[in-house]
Design a binder for this molecule. Structure first.
Ligand code: SF4
Length: 74
């Protein structure tokens, strides 16, 4: 029997449109942190099922649509 690992997702934030209100790092703390000014920092790709759910929710709920999710193929 084969088990399928969830596809990892690599988030990218467009800081030209991000307003820094912080929904993303509150929604997906495994994937995003914030800098000293309250703007998000990508910690890395989402690789677990829980982190993938979080980052998908963060991207869907970003009011500025500043988060793009890319398949993380290695
Ligand atoms: S939710 Fe969107 S606009 Fe708000 S800080 Fe995160 S990336 Fe920026």
């Amino acid at each position: 029997m084969t088990t399928h690992a969830p596809a990892a997702l690599r988030p990218e934030i467009d800081l030209d449109v991000c307003k820094g209100h912080g929904r993303c790092y509150m929604t997906a703390p495994d994937v995003f942190d914030c800098d000293d000014d309250g703007y998000p920092v990508v910690l890395g790709s989402a690789t677990t099922s829980a982190a993938i759910r979080e980052v998908e929710r963060a991207a869907a709920n970003c009011p500025e649509k500043a988060i793009t999710l890319h398949p993380d193929v290695r």
